[in-house]
Design a protein around this ligand. Structure first.
Ligand code: TRP
Ligand code: SF4
Length: 375
């Protein structure tokens, strides 16, 4: 089950992945470009994140696209731990959900309140509120159609889902789980098996019988996918489950140069940040600029290591030509960081204003469509 070389991805840790090519070599994740040409066969245009190489890898996504081309039902499932506020890192995943929804995929969203409680010690009531008012509301305000999305709390699903969790527990050994996750508490084992049920249960008749499911995640979540794929195989003789497909995106670097995380508010911008707060964060964000203006004009900046450029790349500048201009002007030293931040701010301010205007209504919708757990 484990990878051959001594590298382990920790879905609960704070690792940063420096070398994406190793993931291909060590874990058998395939380069996304290999399947990109099948998108059109399935009637889809590549998304912004596909075009820009942000989605860099996959497992079995070609099978999902071929199924879609044959007219079979296809679904996307992902999950969010409702333990902090919704930020631009989350938006990356939600943009993908919206893209798939517009292309006819059924969308499932797990609100991972069990995981938040048992792994992060989140108080229950607090995580319910965060799940609905932060996660679901922001997703709706971003454009995910609540009528065509199935949101559910992990602790509020029903029998067939839990039946999977229980049966999965007998299909994997402690040694195998440790090879994937490292040191394992009962809490983490439970969270991992629950996540496998998230990924696989939509194949059951009770949930629509979606046999072709893709899970879009950051590469740090791959251990969960490997477990879910093995469990699918091992349920043979009990129930037929297909291996889930997955796509992997590069996590957007934080504004402080470290991993984006809601636990370090200056590393990211929350979609509910007041404009003044967002502006301050953006203007003090780590750039790929040089020490002095003179040096920058002479040597050019380095967009690859610049968190502001990554805001443009991931979110703020959908027009490829416009982004190319920023990139080139930075590299040639024509553009200085102050100006460049001002351009990004103009876009960000407009985005936040519009988004936050939609948010109040989205909150009401969110509360009306989701049932929260009783305790
Ligand atoms: N573990 C994920 C996180 O930390 C949340 C999650 C729960 C999830 N169930 C999932 C992600 C199913 C993908 C698929 O954010
Ligand atoms: Fe980043 Fe812009 Fe500065 Fe280049 S000019 S390093 S893209 S902020």
């Amino acid at each position: 089950m484990a990878g051959g070389e001594d590298i382990r991805l920790d879905p609960w840790g704070a690792i940063e992945i420096k070398d994406y090519n190793r993931l291909f070599r060590v874990f058998g994740i395939r380069p996304f470009i290999e399947v990109a040409r099948l998108l059109r066969h399935a009637g889809m245009e590549p998304s912004l994140h596909m075009r820009r190489g942000i989605i860099f890898g996959h497992r079995d996504f070609d099978k999902v696209l071929l199924a879609k081309a044959r007219g079979e039902p296809v679904a996307v499932l992902t999950g969010f731990m409702p333990s902090g506020r919704f930020h631009f890192g989350h938006k990356l995943t939600v943009d993908q959900l919206i893209y798939y929804q517009r292309n006819g995929f059924k969308i499932f969203v797990a609100l991972a309140d069990a995981e938040a409680h048992i792994v992060r010690r989140m108080p229950r009531e607090e995580s319910f509120r965060i799940a609905v008012e932060e996660y679901v509301a922001n997703m709706i305000a971003l454009g995910l159609d609540p009528k065509k999305t199935e949101f559910y709390f992990q602790t509020n699903r029903d029998t067939p889902y839990y039946r999977l969790v229980q049966l999965f527990a007998g299909k994997v050994t402690a040694a195998e789980m440790e090879a994937i996750y490292g040191d394992l508490s009962p809490a983490k084992a439970m969270a991992a098996l629950t996540q496998a049920a998230d990924i696989l249960h939509v194949q059951l008749e009770e949930y629509g019988g979606y046999k072709h499911v893709v899970v879009p995640v950051g590469a740090d979540q791959d251990p969960h996918l490997r477990l879910a794929r093995d469990l699918a195989d091992r349920m043979h003789g009990i129930i037929k489950l297909e291996r889930p497909a997955s796509t992997y995106h590069k996590l957007q670097p934080g504004l402080d140069g470290k991993k984006m995380s809601s636990s370090r508010p200056d590393s990211t911008i929350f979609l509910t940040d007041p404009p003044e707060t967002a502006k301050k964060k953006l203007f003090k964000a780590l750039t790929g600029g040089r020490a002095t203006a003179e040096e920058q004009k002479r040597l050019g900046g380095i967009p690859e290591t610049c968190s502001v450029y990554h805001m443009d790349l991931y979110h703020l500048i959908p027009d490829d030509k416009e982004l190319d201009k920023i990139y080139t002007a930075c590299r040639t030293g024509e553009l200085l960081c102050g100006q460049c931040k001002a351009i990004a701010w103009e876009k960000l301010e407009k985005f936040l204003e519009e988004h936050q205007r939609k948010l109040e209504k989205a909150k009401n919708i969110a509360w009306s469509i989701i049932e929260t757990p009783r305790f």
